[in-house]
Ligand binder design. Structure first.
Ligand code: ATP
Length: 318
């Protein structure tokens, strides 16, 4: 299967010295949904901007649908659909007028049928004649996706598509995205800072942190790397952290002990069996524990392992 998107060793530093990309490399295969998962500021949007020809890297190379993004940006633009983080809809125009304008820009013949089909498929036919500003956030976002699909792109970029949507709007859009990927055999590059979104939609995903990919694989592979259970112990007092970490580092059955704020995390082949010994060790060190949880590994645990902190740490938006 050919590669729909390749990025090799992308570097980008913005004026003022903010380093957004520090050697990012990724490949999206034709027909797959690839998730780029990372917290705010990780470099996801900078990657999308380069791949969609809206920004240039300082160094590195990239191709989309077989075209070099720097040498043939016009060819790339014809092959891609982009749903940007901020909606590009004209709020005063109707849904149908927004789509018609887009179809004309791309010079699509017989676009009325295509527009009607897409409106129907995304459940927007009834609202299509009304100005977009009166639509719900979820409907507007679905129209953003439709807008990106009018010219039948082979590669679709979705930049944090569900940010700001209520749970119902998110669930509906997830269903549409999953269906799109299955029906259209289109490559989709999805950026998100929602772990559950990446888990649900991406066939493969890469975790991006500090402008580079720290790990990649299928969600199941990434979680499978983490043998056994995830044990999380929340301490009463954050300053106890280092001593608590020391205290449980010798407990039999626990490994990969990490401290983030006042939460100690560890892996265990049998979490339930290891917890009593961990609690006893902490008690004899005079350290109070507020909560204990034992769970199957999640993508959050994968993130912790590779980025060295929890996804939901202060300063890391989840
Ligand atoms: N135009 C710009 N000028 C200066 N700094 C920028 C610019 N765009 C992005 N940055 C900085 O580059 C870093 C990476 O930003 P980027 O938007 O690529 O990350 P992100 O993972 O998409 O985050 P978000 O989810 O907030 O969009 C951040 O520190 C950001 O503040």
């Amino acid at each position: 299967m050919s590669d729909a998107v390749t990025a090799h060793d992308l570097h980008k530093t913005y004026p003022g010295g903010v380093r957004a990309l520090a050697g990012l490399t990724l490949t999206v295969r034709a027909g797959e949904v690839f998730g780029l998962l990372g917290p705010n500021g990780a470099g996801k949007s900078s990657t999308v901007k380069i791949l969609t020809t809206l920004a240039r890297p300082d160094s590195g190379t990239a191709t989309v649908a077989g075209h070099d993004v720097l040498r043939h940006p016009d060819r790339v633009r014809r092959e891609i659909g982009v749903v940007p983080q901020r909606s590009a809809l004209d709020p005063m125009a109707s849904g149908r007028d927004n789509l018609t304008l887009q179809a004309r820009i791309f010079g699509i013949r017989g676009f009325r049928r295509r527009v009607d089909e897409l409106l129907e498929r995304f459940g927007l036919t009834e609202a299509a004649g009304r100005p977009v500003r009166g639509w719900s956030g979820g409907m507007q976002r679905r129209l953003d996706v439709v807008l990106a699909l009018v010219h039948k792109p082979g590669v679709l970029f979705l930049d944090e598509p569900t940010t700001g949507l209520d749970p119902e709007g998110r669930a509906q859009l997830w269903t549409e995205i999953a269906r799109l990927a299955a029906d259209e055999s289109m490559a989709i590059l999805l950026t998100t800072h929602y772990l559950d979104e990446a888990d649900r939609l991406a066939g493969r995903l890469a975790i991006v942190d500090g402008g580079r990919i720290v790990t990649e694989g299928t969600p199941a592979q990434l979680k499978g790397e983490l043998r056994g259970d995830a044990v999380h112990l929340e301490l009463h007092l954050a300053p106890d952290g280092p001593q608590a970490r020391q205290a449980i580092s010798h407990v039999a059955g626990l490994r990969d002990v990490a401290l983030d704020g006042r939460t100690l995390s560890a892996r265990a082949d049998d979490g339930a069996a290891a917890v009593p010994a961990a609690l006893a060790a902490l008690e004899s060190a005079g350290i109070g524990v507020a909560t204990v949880t034992v769970a199957r590994p999640s993508l959050d645990d994968v993130y912790l392992r590779h980025a060295g902190r929890r996804f939901s740490s202060p300063g890391v938006a989840a």
